[in-house]
Design a protein around this ligand. Structure first.
Ligand code: ADP
Ligand code: 5GP
Length: 179
C-alpha cells in the first residue's frame, strides 16, 4: 500500500510503477468526492453518493474506509479479489493504519515530499482542487508526515525518476517470479 500527503506524487509514481511492472494492478477506491474533469467512474474511482457509501460500509463491503478533507474514501473488498501478481492500494494514513491490522503482510510505503513548500507548490500547480480543498490538504499534511516512521519503507519523491526506480525495486522484491 502507498500512503503520503495529497500532492506528494502518489498517483504519478503509481502510474509509472504500473507501466513498468506487468502483473501489478491498482485497487480502484470508492469515494464520495465529486469527479475531477477527465476522471471516469470505475477508472480513477468508483464515485458513490454518501448514502450508497454508507450502505456498502454497513454491508461489510470495505476493507478500510476513512474521511479525508471532508469526503469519504475506501477500499472495496472486491478490488482485492483480482487475479493479479500484486495489488497496489493508494490510501490515506487512517486507511493505512486499518490495513496494517487487517492485512499485516502488506508492504507499507510512505511517499514523502522534499519539503512542505514543495508539497504546496505541487498541489497548486496540479490545479485540480479548489483553494479550500488545497488548504484542507495542507492542514493535515504535517500530521501525515509525522507518521512516516510507522511505515516499513519511506521514499522521498524529489527526483521523480529516482523515486520510480526505488518503487520498482521494492515491487520486484515483493512479487514472486512467474513460473
Ligand atoms: P497525489 O496523487 O499524491 O495527490 P499527484 O501524483 O497528483 O499527487 O502529483 C501532484 C503534482 O505534483 C502533479 O502535478 C505532478 O505532476 C507533480 N509531481 C509529482 N512528482 C513530482 C516530482 N518528483 N517533482 C515535481 N513535481 C512532481
Ligand atoms: P484525491 O481526492 O486527491 O484523489 O485523494 C485524496 C486522498 O485520499 C489521497 O491522498 C489518498 O491517499 C486518499 N485515498 C484514496 N483512495 C483511498 C482509499 O481507498 N482509502 C483511503 N483510506 N484513502 C484513500
Amino acid at each position: 500500500m502507498i500512503t503520503g500527503p495529497s500532492g506528494v506524487g502518489k498517483g504519478t509514481l503509481i502510474r509509472a510503477l504500473l507501466e513498468r511492472c506487468p502483473g501489478l494492478e491498482l485497487s480502484v477506491s470508492a469515494t464520495t468526492r465529486p469527479p475531477r474533469p477527465g476522471e471516469k467512474d470505475g477508472r480513477e474511482y468508483h464515485f458513490l453518493d454518501p448514502r450508497e457509501f454508507d450502505e456498502r460500509v454497513g454491508q461489510g463491503e470495505f476493507v478500510e474506509h476513512a474521511v479525508y478533507a471532508g469526503h469519504r474514501y475506501g477500499t472495496l473488498r472486491s478490488e482485492l479479489d483480482r487475479p493479479a501478481r500484486g495489488i497496489v492500494l493508494e490510501i490515506d494514513l487512517q486507511g493505512a493504519r486499518q490495513v496494517r491490522k487487517s492485512l499485516p503482510a502488506a508492504t507499507q510505503v510512505f511517499i514523502a515530499p522534499p519539503s512542505l513548500a514543495d508539497l504546496r507548490a505541487r498541489l497548486e500547480s496540479r490545479g485540480s482542487d479548489p483553494p479550500e480543498q488545497i488548504a484542507r490538504r495542507l492542514e493535515v499534511a504535517p500530521t501525515e508526515l509525522a507518521a512516516q516512521e510507522e511505515f516499513s519503507c519511506v521514499v522521498v519523491n524529489d527526483d521523480l525518476d529516482g523515486a520510480v526506480r526505488e518503487l520498482v525495486d521494492l515491487a520486484a522484491s515483493m512479487c514472486a517470479p512467474d513460473d
